[in-house]
Design a protein around this ligand. Sequence first.
Ligand SMILES: *Cc1c(COP(=O)(O)O)cnc(C)c1O
Length: 447
Amino acid sequence: MKFYSNRDKKNLYTLRDAAFMGLAPDGGLFMPEQIPSVEMSKIISLAKNSFIDMAVYVMEKFMGDSLDEERIGEALQKAIPFEIPLRKIGYSRHGRPLYTMELFHGPTCAFKDVGAGCMGQILRALQQDKRERLIILTATSGDTGSAVARGFYDIPGIDVVVLFPKGKVSPLQECQMTTLGKNIHAIKVNGTFDDCQRMVKEIFNNRELRKKVNVTSANSINLLRWLPQSLYYFYGYWQWLNAEYPGDVNAGTLPQVTIAVPSGNYGNISAGMLAKKMGLPIKRFIAASNANDIIPQYLKSGIYSPRPSVQTIANAMDVGNPSNYERILDLYGNSYDAICKDTSGYSCSDGQIRAGILELYKEYGYTSCPHSAVGYNAVKDYMERTQERDVIWLSTAHPAKFTEVIEPVTGEKAEIPQRLSDLLSKKGEFAELEPDSKILEKFLTDL
Ligand SMILES: *Cc1c(COP(=O)(O)O)cnc(C)c1O
């Protein structure tokens, strides 16, 4: 399969080129030349064996020209060695089952582990000349950097340079980036997140330097982060089907489920839309946002008006101009009506997020991160409006990463998983640089 840029469908790119470029030369996002279809009977029988068997079947449709099944399987196995469970936490007031799919059991406890891990392993598999060295350069305000660092950890031939603003990331996030070592190089920048982003941009625009060093980004719009995010929709559906409609597994028609996705850059939800286009029986998506409700507003009015983001307690979703909006448009042939047919919007305030966290804790004994609580709120609202019962929400981060938000609400200390608490006792290593891309340039050439 080849890939095009959503801004110019005439030029086609190989998977390898699209992956190494990240963004298309015209600034567009890469999309698959056509959307392959899956056989649901196959998905169901493969998922019964293992997540990986099912995942290889789906990814092979996009990557089969470039990598054989065995290589895809190896890469996915290394990238996703953790569970992606669908959890039933109880029943709503009207007796409807409440399910959430927990995407946060990876190494950094966030759903971004899936995409970042797959990108690391698949990029390595695509490197034709194994002696070739590649630098992944990324700026982070916290979460993305740690997932990318972990996803590329110890991959031969690839160095990761991650920039973060001094004093602006949590101690845990800092540990996640600075205690890995080996091929992960953390840089503490004496400036803001915007300085970090500007420095990275200046490096990418520096043609002279890019002739000397092979540098690319691991941005969330990269095809290799995006495509694998469709996998857990298939797997979650299969788990839900077994739990709710076990008798229908062999039937000709399969029940449909609606999925609420806590969203910021809309990479996650647009990967779900891809899964639906491939044939997964999803009824609707609920685009669940915090106060940054650009997409829910768009769904209401048909007008897309990006604006500066506002800070919320679900801060990984504080995005004012979601980059995957263009991907959604492309998936739906630029039709606003087609998007609305498949998608509802929902947004809530910080106060409502806290209320959601408290309700989950008090009614169901379930501790939720603030982002996931947006998903819960969206499901509750949707169930009440539509009387539907077949709805699930995605949980995108482990609550232990947001104790400063959760503890004051529940009055209870969230339990920190060992893989995170172990990090806090380790000594981090990092370089400290002034916010000047000339200095970063020297760092990269000396690496
Ligand atoms: C990144 C992130 C999101 C938003 O995902 P998008 O794909 O950008 O919409 C939601 N929750 C958490 C915890 C995240 O880290």
